[in-house]
Design a protein around this ligand. Structure first.
Ligand code: 5GP
Ligand code: ZN
Length: 114
């Protein structure tokens, strides 16, 4: 989608600090990191929110989650632990309507989240 911020990052129309890319997935550092590691892992295919997911998206969402775990491992935070989150719509504070998995770690994380 031409007016979607993350589609524009995927198309390199807006710069980002990219940490991983393949044909289907892009991962980049969050511009406002909430921890020593804060990476956004996104499918290249535009899906606005988890509410729009269909069975066709099962594979790509699995890849996004597996990629987040792989980046956590690379960064040495797997054993200590990390958090992955898909915020969905207003009550969860979603601000960019292209699904993105937040990978946050490198510090102790409180629970429950706010
Ligand atoms: P949400 O609130 O939708 O779950 O998360 C959106 C995330 O995107 C936020 O953590 C925010 O800091 C990040 N973000 C917003 N604009 C940009 C941008 O232009 N570049 C990058 N790298 N991250 C962004
Ligand atoms: Zn998009």
């Amino acid at each position: 989608m031409s007016d979607c911020l993350f589609c524009r990052i995927i198309k390199r129309e807006i710069p980002a600090s990219i940490v991983y890319e393949d044909d289907r997935v892009l991962a980049f550092n969050d511009i406002n990191p909430q921890g020593p590691t804060h990476v956004l892992v996104v499918p290249k295919r535009h899906i606005a929110t988890l509410n729009e997911m269909t069975a066709d998206d099962d594979q790509i969402v699995g890849e996004v989650i597996r990629r987040a775990a792989a980046i956590a491992k690379e960064r040495g935070i797997s054993a200590g632990g990390f958090r992955v989150v898909f915020n969905t719509n207003r009550d969860a504070g979603q601000t960019v309507f292209h699904i993105h998995l937040h990978l946050i770690g490198g510090r102790g994380l409180g629970w429950p989240p706010g």
